[in-house]
Design a protein around this ligand. Structure first.
Ligand code: EPZ
Length: 420
């Protein structure tokens, strides 16, 4: 397994290009199942999760062409030749569940392995399933698979999500585009990735209103046609790299960054001492004076994103005071805390709350990545720590961050990747 070695203490200065959003691409790709005409996605990120989704779609009979070094994906689904998403692929990536709604809507049947949990939580899919049942699907759970049928097609309905689940919103939105009649989805997720999916589906001929608000209305159509869609900028990669100049004391321009994608996060980062300036090319971020403590509670969008909680904790380890982070989205998303404590951080975790007492400095140490966002938080801490930090199990990182070493080295970071 590869490891990443960081020697801390260098202020970062320069530019970092922000890639297309992993979490948008992972729902845009299965949308190709809805049409027999090709869907072309531009600005696609080169990540292992994208390769896993490609493998899954190909196992269903899609043809996926990765052009321009993977930045452009052309996905053709003339017909779905296999309607079963196998456990051995699904267990690698939970977003695989997003083929369920489109397959059901397109052909009236699908068999998809239940994704199972992951390091950060049990990750149930009950909302996905109850929503599809509301649209007329017959679901039978057995042998760890969802056996879904809608022999006469899905029927438009009104369904209120018990929680604004991102994935459930995406599955139900895609399914509703080909349902007969009108679907009203209430208490939906409002993340930019949902807006991006709605814009792509509309380009394919779907009739959708209300994306980005708590209620979406979909008029079902008989078929969708092909389209070309640019994947939205990755707001989580953006937020992650906005922290880099603040934690190291430099100044970095995030190319392609837009403040509207990271509103709540930017407000908290400014409260912690960041200076954020919008430029024609993106966002320039630096630090005013020291790092100040701030309290953070993760919420559904437009609140503070759970996917930036670990990275913010790394920053707050250096604050001149005490910060409290409350994780309200996932039940076990503080696994980066013990690793940060190996570096000298002063953190107390009690259930969904973590209290971070800032310290003057952290010391580099061997640490272990436990999940995607934890892995990058350890690298951020290593950039500011004294001495050498060695992060192991960096395969987690490859799921969601394209060319981390290249992007950070370009700003002066002393960072390298070694293959074991
Ligand atoms: C998406 O996961 C993202 N993944 C996650 O990013 C992100 O953390 C999450 O949304 C929240 O923003 C992708 O888009 C591929 P949810 P998803 O359904 O759709 C509970 C990353 O680091 N829930 O909004 O799985 C669930 O247990 C990843 O890039 C149910 O109870 O998130 C969780 O506690 C991590 N029943 C909460 O809702 C359901 O049917 C949020 O889940 C569905 C979800």
């Amino acid at each position: 397994m590869d490891r990443i070695i960081v020697n801390g203490g260098t202020p970062l200065n320069g530019q970092i290009p922000i890639s297309g959003a992993k979490n948008a691409c992972l729902t845009l790709m299965p949308a190709a199942l809805l049409s027999e005409e090709p869907l072309t996605l531009t600005n696609a990120p080169r990540l292992s999760d994208i390769r896993t989704m490609t493998e899954l779609l190909e196992s269903l009979g899609c043809e996926v062409a990765a052009l321009q070094d993977g930045r452009v994906l052309v996905i053709g689904t003339e017909k779905i030749s296999n309607h079963t998403a196998d456990y051995d692929i699904v267990r690698k990536m939970r977003a695989s569940i997003l083929v369920l709604g489109p397959m059901l809507a397109r052909d009236g049947h699908a068999v998809v392995s239940l994704p199972g949990g992951c390091a950060i939580g049990a990750r149930p899919v009950d909302i996905h399933l109850s929503g599809l049942e509301a649209l007329g699907a017959d679901l039978d759970l057995r042998d760890g698979y969802v056996h879904a049928k809608a022999p006469k097609g899905l029927i438009g309905a009104t369904y209120e999500l018990p929680f604004a689940s991102v994935g459930a919103t995406e599955n139900l939105l895609m399914a509703a585009t080909l349902a007969k009649g009108t679907t009203v989805l209430k208490n939906v997720a409002r993340e930019p990735e949902i807006v991006d999916l709605a814009e792509c589906l509309r380009a394919m001929g779907a009739q959708i209103e209300g994306e980005g608000t708590p209620t979406m209305t979909v008029e079902g159509v008989d078929r969708l046609h092909g389209a070309t869609h640019q994947v939205v900028t990755d707001r989580i990669e953006l937020g992650t790299y906005m922290i880099a100049p603040v934690i190291t004391g430099g100044e970095v321009e995030l190319l392609g960054g837009r403040r509207d994608l990271v509103g709540a996060f930017s407000d908290k980062l400014e409260a912690a001492g960041a200076v954020i300036t919008e430029t024609p090319n993106g966002l320039v971020v630096s630090r005013k004076n020291g790092i100040k403590p701030v309290d953070v509670t993760t919420e559904v969008h437009p609140g503070f994103p759970t996917d930036l909680q670990a990275q913010m904790m790394a920053l707050l380890c250096f604050a001149d005071g005490t910060s409290v982070l409350e994780e309200k989205i996932f039940e076990n998303r503080f696994m980066h805390a013990p690793e940060l404590m190996r570096m000298g951080a002063d953190i107390e975790v009690h259930g969904g709350h973590a209290t971070v007492n800032g310290v003057k400095s952290l010391k580099g140490a061997p640490v272990m990545a436990t999940d995607l966002r934890a892995s990058i938080s350890l690298i951020l801490a290593g950039l500011a720590a004294e001495g050498e930090t060695v992060v192991s199990r960096v395969y987690h990182l490859d799921r969601g961050y394209e060319h981390v070493v290249r992007k950070l080295s370009a700003c002066g970071a002393k960072i390298e990747r070694i293959s074991e």
